[in-house]
Design a protein around this ligand. Sequence first.
Ligand code: NAD
Ligand code: UFG
Length: 339
Amino acid sequence: MNTKPKILITGGAGYIGSHTVVALLEGGFEPVIVDNYCNSQKWIMDQLKELTGQIIKEYTVDCTNLKELDTVFENETFAGVIHFAALKAVGESVSEPLKYYRNNVGSLINIIDLMSKYNVPNLVFSSSCTVYGEADYLPVNEQHPIKTAESPYGCTKQMCEQIINDCIKSKKLSRATILRYFNPVGANTSGLIGELPIGTPNNLVPFITQTAAGIRPNLTIFGDDYNTVDGTCVRDYIHVMDLADAHVKSLENMESKKESFTLNIGTGKGSSVLETVKAFEKVNKLKLNYKIGAKREGDIEQIYAETSLSEKTLGWKTKYSLEDAMRDAWKWQQYLDAK
Ligand code: NAD
Ligand code: UFG
């Protein structure tokens, strides 16, 4: 008889979700994926099979479809849910706000409704350091005030956090861990799964790897006169495998303490855009074609995490460096190019 706790992973075919599937298997859980493939590819399921040697159960379901999602909960007995499924393109959220509110907020409401109906106790939710906006102090801790959202995308994360907290208060939801991710980068060290941007990447690291691969002629660094170490923006880049591990630890922690948490998930270290480019060049022994361009509208000058609460609460610490992440991101890009 299979006694492994079954965990629903919405958005499990996506970037962070697919890495978390691997971490869950390693942690003795049985992941079950729900994804509608609006921002991922079905062949990732084959990659997961190759990487883990296991066939992962998958439902092609849209989380905004309550009826179909109910069937999943009816068929399975979940010990917890990790809710990744969301749209995440900041720019698109400005031009199509309703799409973002409907998808991101609507999905979460359905998930909580069904967790309540089927008595599923533990929720892990993907939030973002975007809730802090331009931080008043650094490193930013979890007590930092939530600022007015810069975009509808950021607003959906704030609303979802509020919904979760209200549902815990009303006992509609037993407990949750809200994880505020800083900047997830890199790929599984195998090079078999990684980030799959559709079209031109918005994020720095896929843009770097696509430039190195010759898909893009050059990287434009958005501004070099910020008040930072070298004038370029500073972020807290966390290896996606460390981030995935934090989800497993969050489930274990909630199950043992029977409490809810809101935690920063970052490395605690800020790196500038130029430092990140240099780390990529150094570890991969490559020269990257880049130029300095205009500032990007709405960019935060610098942000990095205070991580003591998450480390203490979860008994978790990052293992991988920025260079490790740049090596693995490049390995994944090369795998994609050869495919
Ligand atoms: P991703 O787009 O790679 O993965 C999201 C997955 O969810 C995709 O496979 C997509 O097809 C699926 N999905 C979206 N809407 C769905 C729906 N209604 N029903 C079923 N499936 C749906 O994104 P990611 O980078 O893996 O992000 C995962 C989560 O982490 C998201 O909630 C995102 O907002 C959050 N987050 C990401 C970052 C980042 O930089 N990647 C930073 C902070 C927070
Ligand atoms: N950058 C460049 N050139 C590029 C792309 C990015 O210089 O071509 C710079 C940006 O200006 C920024 C840094 O690289 O200074 C990182 O940019 P990303 O777009 O990779 O990441 P952001 O921190 O701006 O945004 C990310 C997610 C958002 C999320 C936010 C906080 O994309 O969805 O983290 O979690 F809201």
